[in-house]
Design a protein around this ligand. Structure first.
Ligand SMILES: Nc1ncnc2c1ncn2[C@@H]1O[C@H](COP(=O)(O)OP(=O)(O)O)[C@@H](O)[C@H]1O
Ligand SMILES: [Mg+2]
Length: 153
């Protein structure tokens, strides 16, 4: 899982489907990468893989900042692109949402991991060519990463 090719949207959907069963209430997944690299696309695919009903849309939270989705476990999907600093991020109370049992998915969150409650699984997406890699910043995210890399998973 260290360097993954994502040549097609289908490959990105398959990666999301592979990650989904390893996520539990309270986990933080940070989606990093340039505009258009597929952060929102991956978040949508992940919500589908977590059982979001087809009738429910997953809008980009670029302007609304946070959306809650009726997945299992429930997901909060945030985009911090428009925020200025860590105080703005803390003001959103996203770390508390983890304590309430939600999976927190955050676009543009890599510089705010502490304010998001720490221990992030970071998915770094790249463009041209489209590739991805994971890294972990704490014990829980390291355990997810190890599980993702294990044979047969
Ligand atoms: N392999 C791929 N993985 C993800 N998205 C892809 C892929 N190929 C093309 N796309 C397109 O790239 C765009 C990614 O946009 P988006 O997810 O909004 O990016 P971001 O949130 O990172 O700015 C979408 O329009 C999607 O359809
Ligand atoms: Mg986006």
């Amino acid at each position: 899982m260290t360097d993954i090719e994502l040549p097609t949207e289908r490959a990105t959907r398959e990666l999301a489907a592979r990650v989904a069963p390893h996520l539990a209430a309270g986990d933080l997944l940070v989606l990093s990468g340039p505009l258009g690299s597929g952060k929102t696309f991956f978040a949508r695919a992940l919500c589908r893989a977590l059982g979001l009903p087809p009738s429910e849309r997953v809008p980009s939270p670029t302007f609304t900042l946070v959306h809650e989705h009726p997945t299992t476990p429930p997901v909060s999907h945030a985009d911090l692109y428009r925020l200025r600093d860590e105080n703005d991020v803390r003001g959103l109370g996203l770390d508390a949402q983890r304590d309430e049992g939600r999976v927190l998915l955050v676009e543009w969150g890599e510089t705010y991991v502490d304010a998001l409650g720490g221990d992030a699984l970071v998915l770094e997406l790249r463009l041209a060519p489209r590739r991805a890699s994971f890294r972990a910043t704490g014990p829980r995210s390291s355990a997810i990463l190890a599980a993702l890399g294990a044979p047969g998973t």
